[in-house]
Design a protein around this ligand. Structure first.
Ligand code: ADP
Ligand code: MG
Length: 366
């Protein structure tokens, strides 16, 4: 395990209950998270996110696989080791979990007291963490006197006051409105980057995914790749558009295809060119901003694939195995109507040549 790997999961499975009531909720989860990395964990309700977070946070004992956190193997670990790991983790929960009978300052201080810091240093650390989350003025208030966003900030201060190496946040924005939610997430991001902490942030909110360095998606206890998730969501939305407004779908798709061909004639598109294209689409084609976004994204994707070839850049998307799968499937598709015509073969050769892909041997020829 590399020095900066804070969390390493291998084949992690987990079940609740025993005997006939046993229910497996996590299946062979594997990932690695390094210091300074911000990972967002998404997935539908009940998919196993909280369970996974509590396993990593040493709040629940691992049953199967390997859960290595800060160099400690948590599978079959003793309680003492679990507690030691727990102390190096900052937890942020859905509801702030502040004690209502203590002030903001006292709530934060409680987290410090557990770790045995000296009195003067404690005072300074509480003040400085409250300043970092923008709550200096509110140190002596009680939680009930704060807004939802402020309470969550206090929760963040409490989680971060020990400068933990790992921060685990379970739906920290769930009870906040859009703006307050975004602010809270950006605050977690900013503080974690300053401290070099590894962060796992569970959220349902698609609008904050861009904060992440990496997104893990879990469904029914299984980890899914980002391309699967995006493809599923995108194709569902595109099918919906096609069904409800086929003309709009066709118009946008045609526009995107044509734009990719025109725009990439000279091989590259610069940032200012992109802005100019957006402006033209809105002013000349009279498209809405969302429609322009769609067309731009679709055409940029197509265009980038082409640009690699035109610039003779080795296309890293195609290793030997993928090249083989790609070309074999083009042949199979040409064959789908029962006969492969010479036009189809020429087209496949042209594509292979254009994309810089050499044709692998056809296994059926042997
Ligand atoms: P998420 O956080 O993604 O909503 P959870 O990890 O809370 O998902 O739950 C995953 C599955 O495990 C759900 O089907 C849930 O009902 C079940 N579950 C969660 N906690 C318990 C528990 N303490 N006992 C039994 N089943 C549980
Ligand atoms: Mg949950």
């Amino acid at each position: 395990m590399g020095a900066s790997v804070r969390i390493a999961l291998e084949d992690v499975s987990y079940s609740y209950g025993r005997g006939a009531l046993r229910k497996q909720v996590l299946f062979d989860i594997a990932t690695r998270i390094e210091g300074g990395e911000i990972v967002i964990l998404t997935g539908p309700s009940g998919s196993g996110k909280t369970t996974l977070l509590t396993l990593i946070g040493a709040l629940r004992s691992a049953q199967e696989g390997s859960v290595r956190v800060l160099g400690h193997e948590l599978l079959n670990a003793r309680t003492k080791a679990l507690i030691k790991v727990r102390r190096q983790i900052g937890y942020i929960f859905q509801s702030h979990n502040l004690l209502s009978s203590l002030t903001v300052g006292q709530n934060v201080r409680m987290a410090l007291q557990l770790s045995g810091t000296r009195h003067r240093e404690k005072k300074g650390r509480v003040a400085s963490v409250l300043e970092r989350v923008g709550l200096s003025e509110h140190e002596h208030k009680f939680p009930d006197q704060l807004s939802g966003g402020q309470k969550q900030r206090a929760g963040i201060a409490r989680a971060l006051v020990n400068r933990p190496q790992i921060v685990l946040a379970d739906e920290p924005t769930a009870s906040l409105d859009k703006k307050a939610g975004r602010d809270v997430v950006e605050l977690i991001e900013e503080l974690a980057r300053e401290d070099g902490s590894a962060v796992i942030l569970v959220t349902h909110d698609n609008r904050i995914l861009d904060v992440a360095d990496r997104i893990l998606h879990i469904e029914d206890g299984h980890m899914k790749s980002m391309s699967e998730v995006v493809s599923e969501g995108t194709s569902r939305m595109l099918n919906l558009l096609e069904k409800h407004d086929p003309n709009a779908a066709n118009y946008l798709a045609t526009f995107a295809f044509a734009l990719a061909r025109i725009a990439y004639v000279d091989g590259v598109i610069h940032e200012d060119e992109r802005a100019e294209m957006r402006r033209i689409l809105m002013e000349v084609a009279l498209l809405t901003e969302a429609e322009v976004d769609f067309i731009m994204e679709m055409s940029m994707m197509q265009g980038r694939a082409r640009a690699r070839i035109d610039n003779r850049i080795v296309n890293p998307a195609f290793d030997e195995e993928r090249t083989e799968h790609f070309l074999a499937s083009l042949h199979a598709i040409a064959q789908a109507d029962g006969i492969t015509t010479s036009e189809e073969l020429i087209e496949i050769d042209t594509i292979a040549a254009e994309f810089g892909l050499t044709r692998p041997r056809d296994p059926r020829m042997n």
